[in-house]
Every structure is written in C-alpha cells, then in structure tokens.
Design a protein around this ligand. Structure first.
Ligand code: PRT
Ligand code: ZN
Length: 286
C-alpha cells in the first residue's frame, strides 16, 4: 500500500496563513475551503487536518497526525513527546512577564508572593521555579492582559509580539521568559515509508527557506575590479561573469544572503560596481 502522511495545521489563527503558504510554496496542491476539517493533496502523498493549535502537539504525539505545525510556546506548554523537525521562522513572539505601569520593579523577586495570570502555567511554573520565586499562578484561557485591571492578578505572563496590547492595557514588560517561533513537529515512531515522505517534504521546505533568505544579485563592474568583487560576493560555487557589449566591463551574477548584501554594498560600490540589481529567489537547492 502506498503510504500517505497526515499533517495537522491550525484551522484559523496566527499560524494558519504562513503554514499553508509554506506548503503551497513547496509545490503541494490542495483545497482548503472554509469550514473544512480535512483535505488531501492532489499531487503529494499528504493529507491535512485543520485543528486548534492547542490540540496539535497531542494529536502528533498520539499518532493521529504524523506531522504538525505549531508555536514552540504551545509545544513546550503541552509537554508532549514529539520530535522538532524544523524551525520555520514565522510567528515569532515571546512569552513575557508584565506588570502595571508605574509599579516599582527591581527584578524578578518582585513576583515573590504575588499572583500572576497566564495561559501558560507550565512554562511560567518552570521559570519561577528556576528563579526560586514562589508566586500564585492563575490559569486563564484568554484576555490575560485585563487580569490586573479587574483585580484577578497582580501581574501577567503572556505572548508579546509588537507590545501594543500590553501598552493599551497599561502594562509594561519586565521579563522575557521564552522565545518562540513556528516549528514542524513529527511523531516519534513513523514508519520507514512515512519517513521517506517526510524527507521529501523537508527537502522542499529547506529549498523554499534557503531561497527566501538569499537574493540573486546582478551588477556591472569594470574588469579591473573583478577580483575584489568576486571576493565580496563569492556565491554558491563562484559568481557567473559575462562580458558586457562595452569593452572592459563585465556583468557579475551571484547569490548571497540579504544580510551579507547590505554588509557588502559599500565595498561593492567602492570597487566600482554599478547597476546593482537584487532579485528574489523562489527556491534554492544546493
Ligand atoms: O484558535 P486557536 O486555539 O487555534 O488559536 P489561538 O487563539 O490559541 O492562537 P493564535 O492564532 O492567536 O496564535 C497562534 C500562535 O501564534 C501562538 O501560539 C504563538 O506561537 C504565535 N503568535 C505570534 C502569537 C502572537 N504572535 C501574538 N501576538 N500568539 C498570540 N499573540 C497575541 C497575544 O496573546 C496577545 O494577546 O497577541 C497579543 C499580543 O500581540 P502584540 O502585537 O500586541 O504584542
Ligand atoms: Zn490555541
């Protein structure tokens, strides 16, 4: 029988769009009409389960799904025995402790003997233990940021991204206790056949991810500066050099990470490079 793998993705929320675009960028076609709970790809041996993110670690650990895409915060909080196959680089956020603005804060001992509202009692509990702090944890499932103003708790421990929710609720972030991004997780006892499909998927995801973090650079340079320019943008094996119609000039094509490009731009210009084009790469297989 031909194997098929099953991946659990968030049905709707902050992880959904990026999870599904990543899968589409891997060339995997599927239909996900609104309200659908399950769908199968038409061109890759994979089936999708659309779930609440809270349930994804458990479904993967139990083998109902072979793979899942979930935030590290949810994964660690649920404490399920799964393998992290890949960090996906999206839905980045942090879990932080925050207190009402204006309170005097001199360190984490502030929380000793106080009450903290959170949806992440395990991560918070582990953190407080590691800091030798004894605080009362109030577990609530949503709108954590209003807990201090309604008198439920003196501080909160919640996900922060831009910080505007804290600001709007008169809170300030005092400790970052956990950093999170979306990860691809896998069941720990997949069959050889399923593992072979997972490898194919990972190969595609790596190619998409590499493509995103790298750029194709084209520039014109006087032949006399080619050595300097090649040293600045060495590319995958070496850059492509093509003669321009104008005598004494060449076109240089290379690939480099976007960060590297900005670091080297001054050097390239000083070496006489001009007409510099930076083009996105869709996929990159090394
Ligand atoms: O319905 P379901 O249970 O599937 O979804 P959910 O409501 O539990 O989760 P969802 O979709 O809100 O978030 C899914 C995952 O996205 C989280 O588990 C995190 O890994 C990640 N993520 C990234 C975030 C944020 N950024 C984020 N900003 N999750 C939540 N927030 C919330 C936070 O709780 C707070 O209310 O946004 C607010 C803070 O944002 P800022 O920008 O104002 O700081
Ligand atoms: Zn959730």
């Amino acid at each position: 029988m031909n194997s098929i793998i099953r991946i659990a993705v968030q049905k709707s929320g902050r992880l959904s769009e990026d999870s599904l675009s990543l899968i589409k960028e891997c060339g995997i076609k599927f239909y996900n009409g609104t309200g659908k709970l399950k769908s199968a790809s038409t061109n890759f041996p994979i089936e999708f389960l659309f779930l609440r993110d809270d349930d994804i670690p458990g479904y993967v650990a139990d083998g109902v799904a072979d793979l899942g895409i979930v935030g590290e915060n949810e994964l660690v909080e649920k404490d399920k025995d799964v393998t992290v196959l890949k960090k996906l680089g999206f839905s980045k956020c942090r879990l932080s402790l925050a207190i009402p603005k204006g309170e005097e804060y001199e360190g984490v001992s502030y929380f000793d003997g106080k009450s903290i509202a959170t949806s992440y009692p395990k991560i918070l509990g582990d953190y407080l233990k590691s800091q030798n702090i004894s605080a009362e944890i109030h577990e609530i499932s949503g709108s954590v940021e209003i807990a201090p103003s309604i008198g439920l708790a003196q501080g909160i421990c919640d996900i922060v991204s831009s910080g505007s929710t804290l600001m709007m609720n008169g809170l300030i972030e005092v400790e970052q206790i956990f950093k999170s991004e979306a990860v691809l997780i896998g069941n720990k006892s997949l069959t050889e056949e399923k593992l072979a499909i997972v490898d194919k998927l990972l190969f595609r995801m790596n190619a998409v991810q590499k493509g995103k973090s790298n750029k194709y650079v084209l520039l014109n340079a006087p032949n006399a500066s080619l050595d300097k320019i090649i040293a600045l943008i060495p590319g995958m094996r070496s850059p492509t050099i093509l003669p321009l119609a104008e005598e004494g000039w060449s076109s240089v094509h290379s690939v480099l990470s976007e960060d590297q490009f900005w670091e080297n731009i001054e050097g390239l210009r000083a070496a006489g490079a001009e007409g510099i084009l930076v083009v996105p790469i869709e996929k990159m297989v090394i």
